[in-house]
Write a protein that binds this ligand. Structure first.
Ligand code: AMP
Length: 143
């Protein structure tokens, strides 16, 4: 998948937004949804997506979508920092397969980092869902 193309309504995040696939949610409103990444690169790795935009990536996104997602990413980063006490937080966003994008519905990653703990590989190693639910509840409690 390149940087350019048409939005696929069957992509996994579109299905999560429509409630066709489960997600371990942290928070949502009418614009955005934050949920735990099921292949986390660190403890507390979560994602924020738009619930209304059909942008595949940042280059296609409407300014108001970018603003809503940036605000949600900040909210999530602050809550994750308060809940999990990491030593750092990475906020990333990939555009196009060569850049590392695997799901073509615009999203931001919020990845807590812990001193001395290497980052896990991108999209590998499925998490225990009960553990993700516990982490999501801990983060949500700090919103
Ligand atoms: P990217 O590679 O930037 O497109 O990121 C997509 C992310 O979505 C990866 O980190 C995957 O681990 C994650 N992911 C894929 N499927 C799901 C899912 N069903 N629920 C939660 N996260 C997912």
């Amino acid at each position: 998948m390149s940087l350019y193309g048409t939005y696929d309504e069957a992509n996994i995040f579109a299905r999560i937004v429509r409630g066709e696939m489960p997600a371990v949610k942290v928070f949502e409103d009418d614009q955005v949804l934050a949920f735990m990444d099921v292949f986390p690169q660190s403890k507390g790795h979560a994602l924020v997506i738009s619930k209304v935009s059909k942008a595949r990536n940042l280059l296609e996104a409407e300014q108001q979508t970018v603003a809503a997602l940036a605000a949600a990413a900040q909210k999530l980063a602050k809550a994750a920092a308060a809940a999990l006490k990491p030593d750092g937080v990475v906020v990333t966003q990939f555009n196009g397969a060569p850049a590392g994008q695997t799901v073509f519905h615009l999203h931001f990653h919020v990845i807590p980092r812990y001193e001395g703990e290497p980052l896990g590989r991108h999209g590998e190693g499925m998490a225990d869902i009960e553990e993700l639910k516990a982490l999501a509840a801990k983060i949500a409690a700090e919103l």
